[in-house]
Design a protein around this ligand. Structure first.
Ligand code: ADP
Ligand code: MG
Length: 345
């Protein structure tokens, strides 16, 4: 439809009063990914400063937990913890502890020590380790080799050559922190995204927020559009950081048992109340594959999953199964999940 430019200013004036003018939005590149924040408040100055405080929080978490920044607390652990206990702040200690609990729950599918072998891959330059290098690095992959002392707040690695990386959980954590900060500032409508991790606060002014799950092999297509209120969603895919070699895809989600990329599925989306959990669980289920992955998610009350397997078929956790009938035939992947997720949880 063509817009009549004569009436446009009047229309804008009409609609802007309650909704348009008061949404503050920003995008930035932080934590090696795109961060996007949208906030609504009657007072547009308040909305704008709330957005800025989220960006600051993302930067703060990145400085603490980045493996790429030499000065981060995490980099210090990786440099020193094989030689003896390294004292860390309560926040980082807490997230490492949470990561170990996820390892136990997923029987080691989620394992931050994957980094002991993971660092040998360079997706940007399409380079990967030889099988012999993978095998020797695997000796340092085992979450049980991390020793935490809660009284002294120290981390120790029990073996040489160990490294940890919080890339599978830190963005979700940062998103949760952001939502906490927004709620504390009196914000009731917001969406915060860091790469594949999103959490929404309230509604999008009376309507649910919608978050798309993209088709893993066609960046412009969606396999589902999920309506959400007060919930988080994380997607892990084999299309984010990867290279193909002789028809095999090497990507950034590593099976800690083999030291190679996990290849049972192409993408996993997890929906639930906390982004720190949806983030860790999307990585975990990616490693576990369809059967064990759904078994895990079906055993958890508040969490649901949508999986695209290696042949492109969709699989849902039990709380979403009623939507399966709404799906189009296999291959078309253009489903709209037509109802509020809150109503099926
Ligand atoms: P992203 O949003 O970066 O695509 P994902 O949630 O999909 O993140 O998780 C992938 C990231 O998780 C990897 O980049 C890596 O840092 C980390 N990771 C890879 N394999 C594992 C694993 N088995 N356990 C824990 N973390 C992992
Ligand atoms: Mg994840």
């Amino acid at each position: 439809m063509r817009v009549n430019y004569m009436i446009l200013p009047f229309l804008l004036l009409f609609f802007s009063h309650a909704s348009i003018a008061d949404w503050a939005k920003k995008r930035a590149s932080i934590m090696g990914t795109e961060v996007a924040v949208e906030v609504w408040h009657e007072d547009s100055a308040k909305a704008a400063s709330a957005v800025d405080s989220v960006m600051q929080e993302m930067q703060r978490v990145d400085h603490l937990m980045s493996t790429h920044k030499e000065t981060s607390a995490l980099a210090k652990i990786n440099r020193l913890a094989s030689a003896g206990p390294v004292k860390v702040g309560a926040e980082l200690f807490g997230l490492i502890d949470k990561s170990l609990k996820c390892s136990e729950k997923t029987h080691g599918a989620f394992d931050i020590t994957y980094a002991s072998v993971g660092y040998l891959y360079d997706y940007r330059h399409a380079s990967r380790p030889q099988q012999s290098e993978v095998e020797s690095a695997l000796q340092a992959v085992d979450y049980r080799l991390i020793s935490l002392d809660a009284d002294k707040q120290t981390v120790t690695f029990k073996r040489e050559g160990m490294r940890i990386d919080l890339g599978g959980i830190a963005k979700g954590y940062a998103v949760d922190q952001s939502i906490k900060i927004l709620a504390r500032q009196g914000i009731r409508h917001a969406r915060v995204t860091a790469g594949g991790d999103t959490r929404v606060l309230g509604s999008r002014l009376g309507r649910p927020w919608t978050v798309g799950v993209r088709h893993p092999r066609a960046s412009k297509k969606m396999v589902a559009v999920i309506p959400l209120m007060d919930e988080a969603i994380s997607t892990s895919g084999d299309y984010e950081r990867y290279f193909d070699e002789s028809g095999i895809r090497y990507h950034h989600i590593i099976n800690p048992e083999t030291g190679d990329s996990a290849r049972e599925v192409r993408s996993v989306s997890i929906i639930g109340p906390k982004a720190v959990m949806t983030d860790a669980l999307s990585t975990s289920v990616f490693v576990l594959g369809v059967e064990s992955g759904l078994e895990l998610i079906n055993s958890m009350d508040d969490y649901e999953a949508i999986i695209v397997d290696k042949s492109g078929s969709l699989h849902y956790s039990t709380g979403l199964e009623q939507f399966q009938s709404a799906n189009e035939p296999e291959g078309s992947h253009n489903n709209l999940i037509p109802s509020l997720l809150a109503s099926v949880n």
